[in-house]
Design a protein around this ligand. Structure first.
Ligand code: UDP
Length: 253
């Protein structure tokens, strides 16, 4: 069998050429990175969990009319997606102060924000993904004013959907990051949600205990990352309760 063509390899995922034009296969790795890849580890089973969770969130978004790149899951680690031209911005939505916002503005982590706050970061590892304003985005041609309006609308719809889904299982959506891409249909360009939505790109706190169920477990050495993601998947009904993150074959005597 011919080896399929690798299009791009990132920190947590690999993109391969898809079976049809305009499609790609997105493979989820077990690699966990933080602090611009200064901290790196392999967390067994993380890729399987994120593939499932991203499928779950993107399928839900598609169902309520928020367009995403997700077409279908292929296997444990791979999904078929639409090929997009990624806008070089990370779009962060915050409901509660945490992480870099708490640090930058001196707001205690856990402080509820008066309204969802949207931030844009320019995707450039060499620069450490700096915070940018709409002025920079338009002046440097990363996106137009119309794109920005559409991105804000998409981000807020994703926030409403994800907040509701998580609240229903006792989890507070503190903040999250999405990436957005362009697709062309005939002469028209549309923006759709791309990349992934998973505990790698969200902050998720248990509503009762405040326990962190997201990548901060890895960033801050708070315990086993796969256990935290498995708990999110279990509550959402994405994994049967008796399935753990073990992916190795088990010998049955
Ligand atoms: N985030 C992400 N990728 C990044 C940076 C941030 O997915 O490269 C997510 C992060 O998991 C959190 C939100 O975006 O849910 C806001 O992150 P923040 O700006 O607080 O940065 P951090 O504290 O993670 O450096």
């Amino acid at each position: 069998m011919a080896r399929r063509k690798k299009i791009y390899e990132g920190k947590a995922k690999v993109l391969y050429e898809g079976p049809e034009p305009g499609t790609l296969v997105q493979y989820f790795k077990d690699d966990a990175t933080a602090f611009n890849a200064e901290k790196h580890d392999v967390v067994e089973g993380k890729g399987v969990l994120n593939n499932r969770l991203s499928e779950f969130f993107m399928t839900g978004l598609n169902a309520i009319g928020v367009p995403t790149h997700f077409i279908k899951r292929i296997n444990m680690r791979e999904q078929l997606i639409r090929s997009v031209e990624i806008i070089p911005l990370e779009v962060v939505v915050r409901n509660v102060a945490a992480g870099s916002m708490s640090k930058r503005l001196g707001i205690e982590e856990g402080t509820a924000l008066p309204r969802p706050i949207i931030e844009f970061y320019y995707k450039d590892d060499a620069l450490g993904d700096p915070l940018v304003t709409e002025e920079h985005i338009i002046a440097f041609g990363w996106a137009s004013q119309q794109d920005l309006d559409d991105m804000v609308a998409l981000a807020l719809r994703v926030n409403d959907f994800l907040s509701g889904v998580m609240m229903a299982v006792g989890i507070k959506l503190v903040d999250f990051k999405i990436e957005i891409g362009r697709i062309w249909e005939n002469d028209f360009m549309r923006l759709i949600v791309a990349d992934e939505i998973s505990p790698d790109s969200c902050r998720l706190w248990d509503m009762k205990t405040g326990q962190k169920l997201d990548k901060d477990v890895f960033r801050r050495d708070l315990g086993n990352l796969a256990d935290a993601y498995t708990e999110v998947a279990r509550r959402l009904g994405v994994l049967p309760s008796n399935v753990t993150h073990a992916t190795k074959p088990t010998l049955i005597n």
